[in-house]
Design a protein around this ligand. Sequence first.
Ligand SMILES: [Zn+2]
Length: 307
Amino acid sequence: MKPANASLDTGLLQFADAEYQWKGPFYFIQGADPQFGLTKAWTHGDTENGDDEWAVEIKLAEQAVQAVNKLSPKPKFFVLCGDLVHGMPGTRWKKNQEQDLKDVLKNTDQDIPLVLVSGNHDIGNTPTSESIDDYCKNWGDDYFSFWVGGVFFIVLNSQLYYDCSKCPELKHAQDAWLDEQLATAAKQKCKHIIVFQHIPLFLSKPDEDDDYFNVNKPVRQEIMEKLDKAGVKAVFSGHYHRNAGGFYKGLEMVVSSAIGCQLGKDTHGLRVVVVTEEKVVHKYYSLTELGSHGIEKELLDMLAEQK
Ligand SMILES: [Zn+2]
């Protein structure tokens, strides 16, 4: 079984012991797609090779880290749902982009563990065992699970759902691992189960057509059914660079816009996710708003309840 290992290679940002017990409401921060390099590539119409500058994204990621560091009370963790940088495996600027992102993330408050999720730009649209291996050496495991305050969190590698043609055995391994994890969660009587992955299962409707931004229908149906049956409350993702989401039965699909380049009308931002005994409540904040005003009273009041 894979260990619950979510850390930068500094080893500084790791979870303490697993927390199996519910101790009252808490919250965490979800971000997605810092994607160093996309803004330049996008504005110059060359998403393949135009990612040779990323000063804009460095600023935005710094703003995100500062906003998170200022929050009081502190979030239980800060999860980044993939596309850490724009450069695909083997491309020219990837290493520099990754180093710059690490330099920014190292400033995250050491009491706030960082959870990293692999995106298509991190391991490739059609990943291979080599590209996944590189990612794991660089950022940590591509799938793993952890407990916080009686809630079970599962991080998945959604590229294995998107296109596993070059590493089918890795998809089978993740599938078997996920079944095991869901069975363990059922035995442990967790309060909620929450999943993180880069590519949304769907953007607004569970039966929407396949496109670049969702998981293809047969695979999607199988995962949605499996997760819903296991009682998973929500799947948080990125990839779309816009806010979106919907429901499949009791399973909520939450799609968060980007810290980095926007492809729609949303602002650069982060999502605040409050977990209470009964529910999982979330709200997207612009980096400016979160950095200057923090979390609104209504959500803070939910944290104060039931203690
Ligand atoms: Zn993506």
